[in-house]
Write a protein that binds this ligand. Sequence first.
Ligand SMILES: *[C@@H]1O[C@H](CO)[C@@H](O)[C@H](O)[C@H]1NC(C)=O
Length: 180
Amino acid sequence: MTKALLAAALLLAAFAASASAAPRRSATETMADACEYVTVPQLCTNLISKSSCTTVRELALAAIKEALHSAEEAKATVTKAVGEPVADPKLKQGLDVCDEAFANTMTSLQAAVNGMEAGKAYDQVTVNLSQAMIHVSACNDIFSENPGLVSPVADGTSILKKLVSNSLSLSVAVNVQLKQ
Ligand SMILES: *[C@@H]1O[C@H](CO)[C@@H](O)[C@H](O)[C@H]1NC(C)=O
């Protein structure tokens, strides 16, 4: 190697080292930044205030747990409705679909919580949260497929969907952070 080439190589190496040591600020570095990119930022910033989270990772886990809690509530509401006499067979069918949808949502969210707590790859956690999104949608879909049929659990489903969606965005933010 000539002296000039060696100098160039050293210069490049030094440049690469300094570039990687320089603080890199990404869009998802802070919890407040991460909250800007979720479906409902207000719900996310509320969670920052009421939790003691200090990192985006902790915030993502808290968001998944909050969604799980909301899914449990939605499931309890619909299970109660299913247990009562329902005259309209279409409404009865809709409630049954929602009952199953919320049970599946809880299973997927619980898998995401377990995955996060076990330090599993975030890709897996993200898959579980995407599945949870699909399960929640099943409850809305059954009612929108039947015009005139109003979901008695529309409010609970709506908030649940927002919470699951937010937790998915936060988990993606953690994933992006890890891969930078
Ligand atoms: C969670 O995701 C993992 C892998 O991505 C998958 O094997 C597992 O079946 C999922 N669990 C649930 C309950 O969705």
